[in-house]
Ligand binder design. Structure first.
Ligand code: ADP
Ligand code: UDP
Length: 240
C-alpha cells in the first residue's frame, strides 16, 4: 500500500473526481467543494464540504465494515482523497426512506416529516440524461441492470445499512430521514458498497428541533449550509 501513485484523471463528476493509480484494481477519489442540485441545474460551493464528505464517508464505511457490509474503502490518504477498490458501479441509486420527504412527499402528496410505517427501499436508474428515473426490480432485471442475485444482495445490505445508521444517528439526537447509496461490482463479481455516505446523500434532521442538517439547506436556500455539515461532524465526533 506504501507505493500507490496517483495517475491520470478517469472521471470528473459533480462532487468528486476519480483518478487511476499504478494498481489497476485501485482508484483514488478526490472530494470537491462543488455542490449541485436538481441534476446540476443549481450550482454552488460549500466551503470545506469535500473534506467533511471524505472523512465522514470513510468513518461510516469503517463502521459498516464491522457490521458485515463490504465496502470499497482501502485507505484515506489526505483530507480530500481516499484510495478505494475500483468497481463497476451498478447503475442504481438505492434509496431508503424512513420518514416522508423530498420527491416522495411530492409524488405521494404526503407532508414532509410523516413517519412511514416501515422503511421504503426504492431504485432510481442512474442516468443523468433521463434525470435518474424511478424504476422497480423488474425494470432492473429486464434491462440487465442487475441480476436477481445482485438485487437480493443489494437489498439485504441496504436494509442492514439503514438499521445500523438509523440507530447510530438516533444516539446523536439525529433522525435519519432518507438516504441514497450506490453499490459496485468487483472483478470477481462481489457486490460492495461504493460511492459515499454524507450530508450530500442523506437527510438528517435534529430529533428535537427538526432542523435540517444536510444538503436540503443548499437545495432550498435555507442558509447555514456549512454550519449544518460541521454540526454533523461534531456530533459524530469528527469535528475540530
Ligand atoms: P456524479 O457522477 O453523480 O456526478 P460524483 O461527482 O460523486 O457523482 O462522481 C463520482 C463517481 O464515481 C460516481 O459516478 C460514482 O458512481 C463513481 N464511483 C464511486 N465509487 C467508485 C468506485 N469504487 N469505483 C469506481 N467508480 C466509483
Ligand atoms: N439523493 C442523492 N442523490 C440523488 C438523489 C437523491 O444523494 O441524485 C438522496 C437525497 O439526498 C435524499 C434521498 O436520496 O437523502 C432521497 O432523495 P429524493 O428522492 O427525495 O430526491 P430529492 O428530493 O433530493 O430530489
Amino acid at each position: 500500500m506504501e507505493n500507490i501513485e496517483k495517475k491520470e484523471q478517469l472521471y470528473e463528476g459533480k462532487a468528486k473526481k476519480v483518478y487511476a493509480t499504478n494498481d489497476p484494481n485501485l482508484v483514488i477519489v478526490d472530494y470537491k467543494d462543488d455542490a449541485t442540485a436538481f441534476n446540476g441545474v443549481k450550482k454552488g460551493t460549500i466551503t470545506g464540504k469535500g473534506v467533511i464528505n471524505n472523512k465522514m464517508t470513510n468513518f461510516m464505511f469503517s463502521l459498516l465494515e464491522k457490521e458485515g457490509v463490504p465496502t470499497h474503502l482501502v485507505k484515506e490518504i489526505s483530507d480530500r482523497e481516499t484510495i478505494v477498490k475500483k468497481v463497476s458501479i451498478v447503475p442504481l441509486e438505492v434509496i431508503v426512506r424512513n420518514v416522508a420527504a423530498g420527491s416522495f412527499s411530492k409524488r405521494m402528496g404526503v407532508e414532509e416529516g410523516k413517519q412511514l410505517l416501515c422503511p421504503i427501499l426504492e431504485f432510481s436508474y442512474k442516468c443523468d440524461e433521463l434525470n435518474d428515473p424511478f424504476i422497480n426490480d423488474d425494470y432492473a432485471l429486464a434491462l440487465g441492470i442487475a441480476t436477481k442475485e445482485e438485487i437480493d444482495t443489494i437489498k439485504t445490505l441496504t436494509l442492514k445499512v439503514n438499521a445500523f445508521m438509523k440507530d447510530f444517528f438516533k444516539k446523536l439526537n439525529i433522525d435519519l430521514i432518507d438516504f441514497k447509496i450506490e453499490f459496485g461490482k468487483t472483478p470477481d463479481g462481489q457486490i460492495i458498497l461504493a460511492d459515499e455516505i454524507s450530508p450530500d446523500t442523506c437527510r438528517f434532521w435534529d430529533s428535537t428541533t427538526h432542523e435540517k442538517l444536510d444538503k436540503d439547506r443548499f437545495r432550498r436556500d435555507l442558509g447555514g449550509v456549512e454550519e449544518a455539515y460541521h454540526e454533523i461532524m461534531k456530533r459524530i465526533g469528527l469535528g475540530e
